[in-house]
Design a protein around this ligand. Structure first.
Ligand SMILES: [Zn+2]
Length: 218
């Protein structure tokens, strides 16, 4: 389904379903914060492989990879819908408040990047545009539009997967999130499950190009 209230789909419930082959994170657990946190913590202990992450800043790494796995699940959902596979998750004090994926094609909306949709959903859920205690997890480095939205939303920390050499505005092309001239700075942790995030994008674009290649071969 493409169209939700306000022109976006606020929460991709299936992305919160059980991780394949892992202990489940259920909507039921989300209603019980302590149990949910324990589930996330347990998941993380089994998933965490710090050697894969390139971290710019020290952070509490315990749940980081588990949240990024949720973002990856959302990204996979985007890919299955023919969207560039990017997913995002917003977490406030250990609670997942929004899960979203890129829906540019589906909504015919140039602003429907995963981060924007996740920020809108989180703000709607929390009843405030100020997301001061929120951390955003996204599978690919945000573009200038999304980095600007993170600053405007007063996001506390950004965790992202792979760099985007064509549009990255957190580290690669620009460093909008720690520009002292702006009125808010966002702590950035890059390289979380970057290999998985990049592999998803690579296989998506390979699939897109394949029919073209087959035509050229004839
Ligand atoms: Zn963006």
């Amino acid at each position: 389904m493409c169209h939700g209230e306000g022109g976006f789909v606020p929460l991709a419930a299936p992305a919160l379903a059980a991780l394949p082959g892992r202990p489940g994170i259920s909507l039921h657990d989300r209603a019980h914060p302590r149990r949910f946190r324990a589930t996330i913590r347990g998941l993380t202990m089994s998933l965490l492989r710090p050697a894969e992450a390139e971290l710019d800043t020290p952070a509490d790494l315990a749940p980081v990879e588990a949240y990024m796995r949720l973002a990856l699940q959302a990204a996979e959902q985007a890919g299955r819908s023919g969207e560039v596979p990017v997913g995002a998750v917003v977490v406030v004090r250990g609670q997942v408040v929004a899960v979203a994926h890129n829906q540019r094609e589906c909504l015919s909306d140039p602003t429907a990047h995963a981060e924007i949709i996740a920020l809108r959903a989180a703000a709607a859920t929390l009843g405030s545009w100020r997301l001061v205690d929120a951390d955003l997890y996204v599978t690919m480095e945000p573009c200038p539009m999304c980095a600007g939205a993170l600053v405007n939303a007063r996001i506390r920390r950004l965790f992202y997967g792979c760099d985007d050499p064509k549009a990255g505005a957190a580290r690669t092309l620009y460093r909008l999130l720690d520009d002292a001239r702006l009125n808010h700075q966002v702590e950035v942790v890059r390289g979380v499950l970057a290999t998985e995030s990049a592999a998803l994008l690579k296989s998506f674009f390979l699939r897109l190009r394949r029919p073209e290649a087959e035509l050229t071969d004839r």
